[in-house]
Ligand binder design. Sequence first.
Ligand code: SF4
Length: 428
Amino acid sequence: MRILLVSPSVARFDATVHYWQAEFAACVAYLRRRFPGHDIVAEPAGLTCAPGRVAVSQLLTQPDFLLIWARVWESPAARELGLLAREITPDTKILVWGDGPLFMRQYFAREPFDAAVVSGDPELALADAIERFSAGNLPGHGMVVKASRADWIPTATGRWLEPAEWPFPALDVIPFSDYHIAREMRGKPTDDLSFDVSRGCAVGCKWCVDPLKGGRTDRRRPVQATVEFMAASLGPYQQFQCHGPIFTADDEWSREFVSTLRRKNLCIPFKAVTLVNHLVDESLVAELASVGMRAIGFGLETLTADKSRRLLTPKVAERRLEQVAANLRRYGVEGKAYTQIGLAGQVRDDVLYTHRVAHDLGFTVRPTGATPFHLLRSMSVAELDRLDLARWDRKSFYNPSCGLSRREFFQLITSPGTFAADGRKEVA
Ligand code: SF4
């Protein structure tokens, strides 16, 4: 059996390699474990200079299964690749997974797709589907699946994989030298290896894929396996991205993580993402910094400039930000504030105020366009086809209702440290 995994396109702006590591390369590792001895080929075509040519050369080998990893902005490219595959290798089963089908399953419930992952842990859904198809059956969970020529039906809800079974990224999928070049070209300072530490988020922000991807309950990889992987994989990577929605969501896990690293006399550089309110706890910041935490990201989304209005981001307690900034400064941890430009209800003053506050507090500001992915879920296929989905990436999605000119928007996105609003020398 030959299984081909492809990521189809280079997004115009958002080419974060870390998701290839944490999702694509990890899925490859799981399939290799489930199907030892079979031919499992991973082609991160989107990371190459000629994704079409690279993907076609693999399709010509006529794999039994083609698994396409597609985020929303890659969905048209995924469909194009699937249609091409249907012509070149008609007997290949074409499965798709990633943020694209999680947000808009209807887009994929049509030709040329045989099935799309819409719930559960994707590695498990894909591997089980491959087994079922190979035995002449339809997949049993986590998918919308082609039942007849023109009928795609939902299966049972997807199942979760035991966290101890979560794969680590297969390191040969993105050779270190390729990663290193991509990282340098993006102007990033360190070589980071990203892997899943937790999945699932109870907060449930409507635009966010994490609750769809991992469910509404925090699930965690066992500490021992996490630490062992980090210790064994240091060099050539200098730092780990402990991937997951809210790194500090589980106090017990955090304490065990710190004590395990200490017991082994390890201090391993890592970064993670969490809720900003958790960072008010100085002892938590101190403990994590003592075992290697170098940076922590948090969704500031947007602050509300006019305090008489309803808060636009209730999950952020603005009055605690000074304490957070002081804690991070004291223990040498970089605070990365993720902000969004173009959220519903947000006005120009909110955008400028958010940026100024975050900047003045010493956070590294990481703005993105506010992509309302949740709106895609209720659209018809015809409506989705009329959208230019390729522009739905978080680094280029401009909505004029944010009150910024396009020049300001792109300056804020690409160079937040030197951003100056129109007509002013700097944000006042
Ligand atoms: S808190 Fe963060 S991870 Fe959780 S749903 Fe909101 S944006 Fe997503």
